[in-house]
Design a protein around this ligand. Structure first.
Ligand SMILES: CC(C)(COP(=O)(O)OP(=O)(O)OC[C@H]1O[C@@H](n2cnc3c(N)ncnc32)[C@H](O)[C@@H]1OP(=O)(O)O)[C@@H](O)C(=O)NCCC(=O)NCCS
Length: 149
């Protein structure tokens, strides 16, 4: 179902005040529940990624990173929707924006490591599982991919 929430998806700049907000959101949604922190090296490496976000006015609803991978593949990383905004179509909207963004970069395949708990979400958006279940950041994951038409 399409979201009825008025929102605005856009790329933000690494190191900006908006980027700092995305770190806070990713920490809260993805790392703190696992008792983990981002290391300085991890955050430094993010300067090579694209940072895409979804906003309602000044409120950051969701964020995701895209990193170049082998060939014309691009890797989706750390998709996080603010807790009170989950299951309202925000994740779907941001992934659709990310796919247009990827296409405009001239890339035609998106790959990711999906938490097992989120596999159904990605399958609904046309992503397919590849290979066996594995563990990352203490959680079961699957590799997934989608070819953009
Ligand atoms: C997983 C996540 C990104 C999904 O974003 P969202 O905004 O909550 O999802 P949407 O509302 O856009 O959902 C789109 C569809 O997927 C379904 N869906 C969403 N999350 C799901 C989940 N965890 N399991 C099964 N289905 C899910 C929705 O019900 C909806 O289905 P419908 O179209 O049939 O109604 C978000 O819930 C989140 O940030 N979760 C915590 C962090 C996380 O797991 N990130 C992914 C790391 S790989």
């Amino acid at each position: 179902m399409e979201s009825l929430i008025k929102m605005d998806c856009r790329e933000i700049t690494y190191g900006s005040a908006e980027y700092v907000q995305t770190i806070a959101l990713r920490k809260k949604i993805l790392r703190e529940p696992l008792g983990l922190e981002f290391t300085e090296d991890e955050l430094l490496a993010e300067r090579w990624s694209f940072h895409l976000t979804c906003w309602s006015g000044d409120a950051l609803l969701a964020c995701v990173m895209l990193s170049p991978s082998q060939g014309k593949k691009i890797r989706m990383r750390q998709l996080a929707v603010s807790e009170k905004w989950q299951r309202q179509g925000i994740g779907r909207t941001l992934v659709k924006y990310l796919e247009i963004f990827t296409h405009e970069l001239g890339c035609h395949e998106i790959v990711l490591h999906a938490r097992e708990s989120a596999v159904l979400f990605y399958e609904k958006l046309g992503y397919s599982k590849e290979g066996d279940r594995f563990f990352e950041v203490t959680l079961p994951h699957f590799s997934m991919q989608k070819h953009l038409s």
